[in-house]
Design a protein around this ligand. Structure first.
Ligand code: TGC
Ligand code: FAD
Length: 393
C-alpha cells in the first residue's frame, strides 16, 4: 500500500489527467499568492476589488469551458478544479467567477446571437466587462415561476422591461446584466441583456451583509427600461424557465467543487491549529473528541470530492442529469457548512477572530447552501426524480 496523505485521503489526484493537474496548479498558485493575502481585508470592508476579474481573465480562468472568444475551452472537471481553488480562499471569489462564467457568459454563449457573443464574450473573458444574472425577485426566490418582472414588445424593434430583482451577485459593478422577465404577450419567461447606463436601469448595493462579504451583492430595478431587440434579446433560448435553469446547472456544478474547497481550507487550518494549541499540557490534536471532528470533516470532503469528480466526468461524457447536480450540490454544500461549523469548535474563542479563516468560511457556507437552490429545494428536485412525484407546491 502507499502512504496516507491527509491532504488527499482518497487519492483523488490519481484520477486527474496531467492537463487537469496543471490547470489546478496554476489556479491554486494564483489564488494562494494573489487572492489569499488580501481576502481578510476585502471581507472586513465589504468592498469590490476591481483587479480580481482582470486577474482571473489573464490566467484564462473566466468562461473556461467555452470554446472560442478568447476562452480556454477546457473540460468540466477542470472548471470544477478552478472553482475549488477559488473557494478554498473565499466563497465570494468563487461567486464572482461563477456568475461571470456560468451564469452570464454561459447564457450569452448558449442563447445569444453571434453579434452579442462577439460583443461581450471576449471582453468578459478578459475580465474587462463584469456580468450579473438577475433571476431572484423580492417575492420569488425558490419559486421563480411566480416571476413578476415583465417585458412588453413595443412593436418598434424594442422591448420594455419593468420589475425588480434582489440578491444579485456583482450587480452594482456589472456592465451587463442577464434579466429574466415574463413576456406580457404569452406569459413565458425570456432573457435579455441590459447594459449599465441604460435609462431606468439601476443596481444599488445591498450593504452590511453578515456573510459572503468579499462579493458585492445588489438589487436591480427596471423602470420602463427600453432596449433594442437585436442588441438585447437572447433569441436562441426556448421560452420558459428551462433557459435560466440550464445556466444554473453549470454554476451549481461548480459550487459542488467550491464548497469542498472551502471545507478543505477549514480542515487544513483546524488540523494545524489542533497540532499547535496545547491545553492540559497536550496538543488539542491528541484529544479524541477533537480528532473525531477532523476525521468526520475529512471523510465528507473526500466523499464529496469524489462525487463532484464523478459528476464532472459524466458532464464531460454527456451522461449527467440535473438530478445528479442537485444530489451533489445539496450534499456537498450541506456537509461543508455542517463540518465547517464543527471544526470551528476546535478554535475555541479564536473562531470569532478574523485572524483565522474558519469563521469567514463558516459564515459564507451558509449562503452557499442557500443560493442556486436551497438545500431543501435540491432535496425536492431529488425527491421528484426518485419518486416521480413533484412536491414543490
Ligand atoms: P419545472 O416546471 O420543474 O420546470 C420548468 C421548466 O424548466 C425545465 N427545467 C430545467 N431545464 C434544465 N435544467 C434544469 N435543471 C431544469 N429544471 C427544470 C423543465 O423541464 C421545464 O421546461 P419546459 O420546457 O417544460 O417549460 O419548474 P418549477 O417552476 O416547478 O420549479 C421547480 C424548482 C423548485 C426546481 C425550481 O424553481 C428551482 O430550481 N428553484 C430554485 C431557484 C434557484 O436556484 N435560484 C437561483 C438564482 S441564481 C443564484 O442564486 C445565483 S448565486 C450565484 C453566485 O453568487 O454564485
Ligand atoms: P425562500 O425561497 O423564501 O426560501 C426560504 C426557506 O423556505 C428556505 O429554507 C427554502 O428551502 C424553504 N422553502 C421554499 N420553498 C419551499 C418548498 N416548496 N418546500 C419546502 N421548503 C421550501 N439570485 C440570483 O438570481 N442571482 C444572483 O446572482 C444571486 N446571488 C445571491 C447572492 C447572495 C449573497 C444571496 C444570499 C442570494 C443570492 N441569490 C441570487 C438569491 C438566491 O438564489 C436565493 O436567496 C435562493 O434561491 C433562495 O430564495 P429566497 O432567499 O427567496 O428564499
Amino acid at each position: 500500500f502507499s502512504p496516507f496523505s491527509w491532504e488527499d485521503p482518497m487519492r483523488v489526484e490519481d484520477n486527474l489527467s496531467e492537463e487537469e493537474i496543471s490547470i489546478r496548479d496554476n489556479a491554486r498558485a494564483f489564488c494562494q499568492e494573489q487572492l489569499l493575502p488580501k481576502v481578510t481585508e476585502m471581507y472586513r470592508n465589504e468592498v469590490w476589488d476591481p483587479t480580481i476579474l482582470p486577474g482571473l481573465g489573464e490566467m484564462g480562468l473566466l468562461g473556461p469551458t467555452i470554446d472560442g472568444y478568447g476562452c480556454a475551452g477546457v473540460n468540466n472537471v477542470s472548471y470544477g478544479l478552478i472553482t475549488r481553488e477559488l473557494e478554498r480562499v473565499d466563497s465570494g471569489y468563487r461567486s464572482i467567477m461563477s456568475v461571470q462564467s456560468s451564469l452570464c457568459m454561459g447564457a450569452i454563449n448558449q442563447f445569444g446571437t453571434d453579434s452579442q457573443k462577439e460583443k461581450f464574450l471576449p471582453r468578459m473573458a478578459k475580465g474587462e466587462l463584469v456580468g450579473c444574472f438577475g433571476l431572484t425577485e423580492p417575492n420569488h426566490g425558490s419559486d421563480p415561476s411566480g416571476m413578476e418582472t415583465v417585458v412588453e414588445d413595443d412593436g418598434d424593434g424594442h422591448f420594455v422591461l419593468n420589475g425588480s430583482k434582489t440578491w444579485i451577485s456583482s450587480s452594482p459593478y456589472a456592465d451587463v446584466a442577464i434579466i429574466w422577465a415574463r413576456a406580457k404577450w404569452d406569459n413565458q419567461v425570456r432573457g435579455f441583456l441590459v447594459e449599465k447606463g441604460t435609462k431606468g436601469f439601476s443596481c444599488p448595493p445591498i450593504k452590511n451583509k453578515l456573510m459572503l462579504r468579499a462579493s458585492v451583492t445588489g438589487s436591480i430595478f427596471l423602470d420602463n427600461v427600453r432596449v433594442k431587440a437585436s442588441d438585447s434579446f437572447l433569441s436562441r433560448a426556448k421560452p420558459g424557465l428551462g433557459a435560466p435553469f440550464e445556466c444554473l446547472n453549470s454554476a451549481r456544478f461548480g459550487i459542488t467543487w467550491g464548497a469542498i474547497g472551502a471545507l478543505e481550507a477549514c480542515i487544513a487550518e483546524s488540523r494545524q491549529y489542533a497540532l499547535d494549541r496545547k491545553q492540559f499540557n497536550k496538543p488539542l490534536a491528541g484529544f479524541q473528541l477533537q480528532q473525531k471532528k477532523i476525521a468526520d470533516a475529512s471523510t465528507e470532503a473526500s466523499l464529496g470530492l469524489l462525487a463532484s469528480l464523478q459528476l464532472g466526468r459524466a458532464k464531460d461524457a454527456g451522461t449527467w442529469s440535473p438530478e445528479m447536480v442537485s444530489l451533489v450540490k445539496r450534499n456537498n454544500c450541506g456537509k461543508a457548512v455542517e463540518h465547517a461549523r464543527k471544526l470551528a469548535e476546535i478554535f475555541g474563542g479564536n473562531a470569532a477572530s478574523d485572524e483565522y479563516h474558519i469563521g469567514r468560511h463558516m459564515a459564507n457556507l451558509h449562503v452557499v447552501n442557500t443560493y442556486e437552490g436551497t438545500y431543501d429545494i435540491h432535496g425536492l428536485i431529488l425527491g421528484k426524480g426518485l419518486t416521480g412525484v413533484a412536491a414543490f407546491a
